[in-house]
Design a protein around this ligand. Sequence first.
Ligand code: FAD
Ligand code: FES
Length: 281
Amino acid sequence: MHKIIERTDVAPDTVMFRIEAPMVARKAQPGHFVIIRIDDDGERIPLSLAEWHREDGWIRLIVQGVGYTTKRLNAMTVGDALLDVVGPLGRRTELPENDTLVVIGGGYGAGAVLPNAREARAQGRRVIGIIGARTKDLVLVEDDMRSICDDTYITTNDGSYGIKGFVTHALEPLLETETIGAILAVGPVPMMRAVSDLTREKQIPTIVSLNAVMVDGTGMCGGCRVTVGGETKFACFHGPDFDGHQVNYDELVLRQKMYAAQEKAALDHSCKIDEQVATLT
Ligand SMILES: Cc1cc2nc3c(=O)[nH]c(=O)nc-3n(C[C@H](O)[C@H](O)[C@H](O)COP(=O)(O)OP(=O)(O)OC[C@H]3O[C@@H](n4cnc5c(N)ncnc54)[C@H](O)[C@@H]3O)c2cc1C
Ligand code: FES
């Protein structure tokens, strides 16, 4: 069992957890993720490592409540425990060792890029952070990003905080003023695609983390199949990081929606149970 040792609500429907997972913490590297299961009946879901502590044996996760399992997880509190935390999974991020690194995070991706930003900073590289969110309340890990990066930019779609617009509105001027060695973008597919489109012509190495639907996380089930550079890859095993200029994003989006009907049914069912419990108590 893996005890929750800290829980902080960091945005609406978004929770930061510190969880006991000494084996994972011991081997974790930037870009790795875990697959968790809340209990025996639980679905397996992948979550990125935002931080870890090897000696104290904990990992930090940032969870956006988007469906049945993530909402159940976000209802858990300090002292509760997860049945399984499997990992670290995936390959560590391989970033070109050129100078300036730009890390771009949207949604939970803002937490997922932190380990690479920390590592690059420790290597003495210049690191620029960009966090994108729909609105001010949804901006995640701003303090972490500012403490790691030389410069940090925030963008909000509605202009309620930072630059109005998308992460590309912060990135575009940097492409003119900075000599960028590599870009790491983690977040919703449209964001990763837009960043890759912007950097393709300038041939700036752009790494994206593919959030394909995963089941076993070891390359056995084929659930997370993606196409990169015309070749079939398994996001859990060959990735999740890939060359953003080579990804077939249309296919990724289609495959992400494959179980939409079942996901809706699971969420509706759990809402009905919650209502019944509420009327009995
Ligand atoms: C490598 C990787 C790292 C991730 N890191 C984080 C993270 O740090 N924080 C975070 O909040 N989310 C993260 N996600 C996304 C997270 O796994 C999904 O939001 C979660 O599985 C949704 O499950 P659900 O039951 O709550 O919602 P559902 O209603 O079941 O699904 C909502 C949407 O999430 C996606 N999804 C559903 N099941 C899976 C699955 N088994 N694997 C992958 N995607 C799925 C689908 O696109 C689906 O449409 C990551 C995904 C991947 C692949
Ligand atoms: S999750 Fe099964 S092959 Fe990747």
